[in-house]
Design a protein around this ligand. Structure first.
Ligand SMILES: Nc1ncnc2c1ncn2[C@@H]1O[C@H](COP(=O)(O)OP(=O)(O)O)[C@@H](O)[C@H]1O
Ligand SMILES: [Mg+2]
Length: 434
């Protein structure tokens, strides 16, 4: 379908769609698109094509896609003077932190600023601190990229490096995120990048969110904080980081809101992208280190006699056990129970807490695979642990040598849909209520 647009108007395209500029010049978030340029608009994403001259485009719309037309630019006026303000920052590789609620246009503002700074011949790194709606790297990771050419969708930029956090909710991983972002900042500061733009998650309401965002700003030592807000929602955060330099701007009126289900769907598209061409790999547990799980699977060879004793004491088949100073963790069959009295007696006798996990507790958990230097190689999904063969099966596109399987708390089913699962079963109380 061909579409003509007068200079000054904006064509809003909701993906999945493919747009080809037949004649004229358009701008998307500050990136200039000339005749012949082809752009893919992802499912769940809206892109504004602003006609800088009279414009003709050829559009192909996928299922559920649509177009609309807006008078003038959809970029808020309050965004226009931000690049100039950034260019006045004098510290080497200043940190510019973007704050805003869910769907406030944080990613779009990052894209816009990056393009404007590129136009001023500056090199920009984008650090993605949004675990749930990641632009760089798969969900539950934080990553960064250095942008060298104008960009339309950060999702297509190649991650320079990625760190696995294992959660898609920032409230559950505050310290980890701050620590990793600081490391990334230090890593980038050593390069020749002129500006570091840090995108954040949309968790801004409530005491805990405010405290978290304030800590993030302080610990990364942001040189400029840019808040996208309507109705002074960011005031409590910006008040607390005074006299740090801060600016507020408005969200675009043309933002496409996504509900919880759509955000989940977008994450699932992302898992699919990063699990493309995945195959099941069977890794001997003696070759890899398991990190982040309730079990390390390391002493599975030890002491058959001890397993036998445990089985006798608890009257249940024990597939695997691990012992530490104050607890014993065991894996039992999927539908097995341990008599409460026996359990209490056992804990009393051993003076250790008994942690009960069931066979299959690990199935579907999202993992990151790392090499011997702890570099991120890619993601995977655990298909299962075989206690007899002492192997862990992981569905992953990673083909190189794996040293560490870093287990997260996101669970995916066979179709790579996120499933809500109870926490790992670890004590009798949980056992009783499930
Ligand atoms: N100025 C704008 N014009 C048109 N669409 C926009 C504009 N700003 C944002 N959007 C669209 O609205 C949606 C949400 O914006 P996004 O930047 O992803 O928000 P956030 O990162 O805060 O969740 C995206 O599809 C984005 O492309
Ligand atoms: Mg975003």
């Amino acid at each position: 379908m061909n579409k003509t647009l007068q200079k000054g108007k904006t064509l809003l395209v909701d993906g999945p769609a493919s747009i080809n500029i037949s004649s004229g010049t358009a701008e998307v978030f500050g990136a200039v698109l000339k005749e012949g340029k082809n752009v893919l608009v992802r499912s769940g994403k809206r892109l504004p094509f602003e006609a800088k001259t009279n414009l003709t485009v050829n559009i192909m719309l996928g299922e559920g896609a649509s177009i609309d037309e807006a008078e003038g630019s959809t970029i808020p006026d309050t965004w226009n003077n931000i690049p100039e303000e950034i260019l006045t920052l004098e510290t080497p590789a200043p940190i510019i932190m973007i704050l805003g609620g869910v769907d406030s246009g944080k990613t779009s503002l990052c894209t816009y600023l990056c393009n404007k700074l590129l136009n001023a011949d500056k090199q920009v790194a984008i650090v993605d601190g949004d675990l749930g709606q990641s632009d760089i790297g798969p969900p539950s990771t934080i990553g960064y990229t250095v942008i060298k050419r104008p960009i339309i969708d950060i999702f297509n930029a190649k991650a320079e490096n990625c760190y696995f956090i294992g959660f898609t909710t920032p409230s559950k991983a505050r310290n980890k995120v701050i620590q990793r972002l600081t490391e990334i900042k230090n890593e980038i500061s050593k390069s020749s990048v002129n500006y570091i733009i840090v995108n954040t998650d949309g968790w801004i309401d409530g005491e805990e969110a405010i405290e978290y965002k304030v800590r993030l700003i302080e610990e990364l030592n942001a040189d400029l904080v840019i808040g996208i807000e309507q109705n002074e929602t960011l005031t409590p955060i910006l008040e607390k980081v005074k006299p740090r330099k801060a600016m507020v701007c408005k969200p675009s009126k043309f933002i496409k809101k996504r509900d919880r289900a759509q955000r989940k769907l977008l994450r699932e598209l992302s898992y699919k992208k990063y699990l493309k061409n995945a195959k099941v790999r069977s890794l001997p547990l003696s070759w890899v280190t398991i990190k982040g799980a309730p079990l390390t699977f390391t002493n599975s060879y030890r002491n058959i006699q001890q397993i036998k004793e445990l089985q006798r004491a608890l009257d249940v088949k024990v597939f695997h056990f691990e012992e530490s100073r104050d607890k014993i963790s065991i894996v039992i069959g999927r539908n097995k129970w341990i008599d409460e009295e026996r359990l209490l007696k056992f804990e009393e006798k051993t003076r250790k807490k008994l942690e009960i996990l069931r066979e299959g507790f690990e199935e579907g958990l999202l993992v990151a695979l790392e090499d011997s230097q702890n570099n991120f190689l890619g993601i995977g999904v655990i298909r299962g642990v075989n206690y007899k063969r002492k192997t862990i099966r992981v569905y992953t596109p990673v083909t190189s040598e794996i040293s560490t399987v870093h287990v997260g708390q996101v669970r995916l089913d066979k179709e790579l849909k996120e499933v809500i699962s109870p926490p790992f079963l670890t004590n009798y109380e949980v056992q009783k209520t499930v």
